[in-house]
Write a protein that binds this ligand. Structure first.
Ligand code: TRP
Length: 339
């Protein structure tokens, strides 16, 4: 079992990142260890330059994201934790895969279409080639499990297509260069929506800070955001079916359930019939209970530049070792001469 996943170091990490992705990494790190496998989690800093960005912000966001991951329970002694920029094999393998990926495949990527909008001609080549770098990220380590959200499934299918075509074109059936990776959408990954609009995902790019709980918010700020969260005038139903057509109510129940590692059914069995005047303070209390320890660890670690640098340096050294055989095999398969 080899788990590989990346997270973009843009913006402040929020509750949606934690309940949707980060907490699953922590579970998978332990599962991988129990199965004698490895878990690699990296900061996708190379991906971050595909859109206009501020270098100083990228730098500090990368370090902040490392501090966040560790504060959330990723253990650098159990997980290979690093940033792409310190492992040149990611960029090298991307280039090698550029010969295999087809323009038509990339043109069909919905994320490319969404991000480029009507202005395709004005986008960076990196935005178009983004999925090829993502394929390199996972193929480099012979990943078997790639935990991602629904929105990344198409990129993973592309990674499979690239691996398959490369193996077909340049390797023998007995000795394929790449393992075909599987997207792995953990059941426990919660889809957390904006506190201002239950139909939109909680997002770091939402202009309203009230739409999301940041992992660095203090207890008062969290309580304030929950209090101001959009709801409807009805009390909570006794069963999940009663949340239909009430996206904001559903979202708050989902958050409560995810924080307590239980189900919306169980939350409604306990809180059904309550109005939001009663339920919101309970939710705020739960948030603080789960997030305050994370915030405390984050604040401590984020100040310790030396420790953060050391974590990344160690992780990158391990990742370079792990990726070497596959990168070498890819160069050789392509007939490239390297001293
Ligand atoms: N594109 C992913 C995202 O935006 C991040 C990512 C980069 C990734 N490389 C990856 C995820 C490799 C899984 C595997 O969420």
């Amino acid at each position: 079992m080899r788990v590989v996943s990346g997270i973009q170091p843009t913006g402040k990490p929020h509750l949606g990142n934690y309940l949707g992705a980060i907490r699953n990494y922590v579970k998978l790190q332990d599962e991988a260890q129990a199965a004698g496998g490895t878990c690699c989690i990296f900061l996708a800093d190379l991906h971050a330059i595909s859109l206009p960005h501020d270098p100083a912000e990228l730098h500090s966001a990368t370090l902040e994201m490392v501090a966040t991951l560790v504060a959330c329970g990723l253990d650098p002694a159990k997980t290979v934790l690093f940033n792409q920029a310190q492992v040149p094999a990611h960029a090298e393998l991307q280039w090698l895969l550029m010969g295999t990926a087809r323009m038509g495949w990339l043109n069909r990527m919905t994320q490319w279409k969404d991000k480029a909008g009507k202005n395709r001609e004005g986008q960076s080549v990196a935005l178009f080639g983004y999925p090829v770098l993502q394929a390199a990220d996972v193929l480099l380590y012979q990943a078997t499990h790639v935990p991602v959200g629904e929105d990344q499934k198409q990129h993973l299918e592309l990674a499979r297509d690239i691996a398959q075509k490369f193996n077909n074109d340049f390797a023998s059936d007995e000795k394929p260069v790449f393992t075909l990776p599987d997207p792995f959408i953990p059941e426990s990954a919660a889809r957390i929506m904006s506190l201002r609009d239950g139909s939109k995902k909680m997002s770091k790019s939402d202009p309203s800070d009230m739409s999301r709980i940041s992992l660095t918010d203090d207890a008062d700020t969290m309580a304030q955001k929950v209090k101001k969260a959009k709801t409807d005038p009805e009390p909570l139903p006794g069963e999940v079916a009663g949340l239909e057509g009430r996206p904001e109510a559903l979202n708050l129940v989902t958050i409560y359930a995810a924080l307590g590692e239980t189900t919306p059914e169980a939350v409604l069995a306990e809180h059904g019939g309550q109005g939001f005047g009663q339920f919101k303070p309970a939710l705020a209390e739960k948030l603080v209970e789960v997030l305050a320890p994370i915030r405390n660890r984050f604040v401590e670690l984020n100040d310790d530049r030396e420790e953060l640098d050391a974590i990344l340096a160690r992780g990158a050294a391990q990742a370079r070792e792990m990726g070497r055989p596959t990168l070498d095999a890819a160069y050789t398969a392509l007939g490239l001469v390297r001293g």
